[in-house]
Design a protein around this ligand. Structure first.
Ligand SMILES: Cc1cc2nc3c(=O)[nH]c(=O)nc-3n(C[C@H](O)[C@H](O)[C@H](O)COP(=O)(O)OP(=O)(O)OC[C@H]3O[C@@H](n4cnc5c(N)ncnc54)[C@H](O)[C@@H]3O)c2cc1C
Length: 349
């Protein structure tokens, strides 16, 4: 046997007591060499323990920085996303390939698609709680087909979405029904109507379920440019801290009220009218699973189901400003201009 093997054996013996537990120096061969070996080993063990503690503390801090709250109403995924101060982020290793500003329908679908494609995506969304908006509540069959193409069709599941098969039109006391030409499609293909916020949360959830998509709550305040090229964004998180993120590509999906678009072009937006939305509970429309459009005077009134118990009424009100709710102007407009036409067209026709 060579001396090295001998030393190892001696150490082994010194560490093992007759009961098989590990007590240094308690074995039958505890000479000076064995004792020195034991202390060396204890030293190594202590150093290893210290190093492990330091690594654990460092990792803990890093994870703490990445802790984010789950989306409202959506449980945090099991793969390590954690809770704190009003945002949600899935940890993404390595540099970002694409920054997406805004997680509405466009930003979320894009993040999911690029993420599925293997890109490291950093989505920065101003508010990750469930939106409460009157926009984007009726998805046409073509939109549903697009969801299928992107693998996002389950985003209309479990949100009490209603199937939409076409439109009923009302004008001058007469009405007609226009059905979508869906004969050639799978029976699942139809329009869908729902609460926009529920749908958006499902889309965000899908995007954030990918390990290479990071969804963070923050408001992008500016695009970072160098020599006319966008290099990334500056954004503010809930604590007020201003952060910067860089990527070879930044895609701005911040919606129709975009502030950032103005940094890139001069949009000419005209506002001819405003939509006023009401939710009607537990009432039935004349034509089930259809959107209803009343071609009223001075402008259209729409009805469509957004859940099994709710119907959305959207009233187009001409002008750049909505009538004041506080002064009663809005109630007056709805009672005197809208309601009589609804009664005439929907109920009497
Ligand atoms: C009254 C109305 C009704 C509509 N009805 C329908 C309909 O029935 N069906 C339909 O298909 N379409 C409808 N639309 C159109 C539809 O709403 C839009 O096409 C769609 O919402 C656009 O999606 P988006 O993701 O581009 O923008 P948005 O849905 O507006 O999303 C933009 C996101 O960006 C975030 N954001 C904004 N600024 C920042 C920032 N600086 N930093 C970080 N995040 C930011 C916002 O919080 C938001 O989540 C309707 C529109 C209106 C106005």
């Amino acid at each position: 046997e060579n001396p090295h093997t001998q030393t190892q054996r001696t150490r082994g013996a010194a560490l093992r007591n007759p009961r098989g537990t590990t007590t240094p120096g308690a074995g039958p061969h505890c000479g000076m060499a064995a004792a020195a070996g034991v202390w060396q080993l204890v030293g190594v063990a202590v150093a290893t323990l210290l190093a492990a503690v330091l690594v654990a503390v460092a990792l803990g801090r890093q994870r703490q920085r990445r802790r984010r709250a789950p989306l409202e109403g959506i449980p945090a995924p099991e793969d390590g996303c954690e809770v704190a101060d009003g945002a949600w982020s899935a940890a993404v290793d390595g540099p970002t390939d694409v920054i997406i500003v805004g997680a509405g329908v466009a930003g979320s679908a894009l993040a999911y698609t690029l993420g599925k494609d293997g890109r490291r995506v950093h989505v920065i969304e101003r508010d990750l709680t469930e939106p409460d908006r009157i926009v984007g509540e009726l998805l046409q069959p073509g939109g549903y087909l697009k969801l299928m193409e992107l693998g996002l069709q389950d985003c209309v599941d479990e949100i009490d979405a209603q199937r939409v098969l076409g439109y009923a039109l009302f004008k001058d006391g007469k009405n007609t029904k226009l059905s979508y030409p869906l004969e050639k499609f799978h029976s699942d293909v139809a329009g869908r109507s729902f609460h926009n916020g529920r749908f958006i949360q499902r889309m965000r959830e899908k995007a954030a379920s990918l390990p290479n998509v990071q969804l963070e709550q923050g408001t992008v305040t500016s695009l970072l440019e160098e020599n006319g090229t966008v290099k990334g964004v500056q954004y503010k998180i809930k604590s007020g801290e201003e952060l910067k993120a860089y990527a070879p590509l930044t895609i701005v999906c911040d919606g129709c009220f975009s502030n950032l678009r103005r940094a890139l072009c001069s949009p000419k937006v005209e506002v001819p009218s405003c939509f006023v939305g009401l939710v009607l509970e537990n009432c039935e429309l004349p034509h089930a699973n259809h959107g209803h459009v009343i071609l009223a005077n001075p402008s259209p009134i729409l009805f469509y189901p957004i859940s099994s118990t709710e119907v959305r009424c959207l009233v187009d009100v001409p002008g750049q400003k909505v009538p004041s709710i506080a002064s009663g102007e809005m109630a007056n407009y709805l009672k005197t201009v809208v309601a009589p036409q609804v009664i005439l067209q929907l109920i009497l026709s």
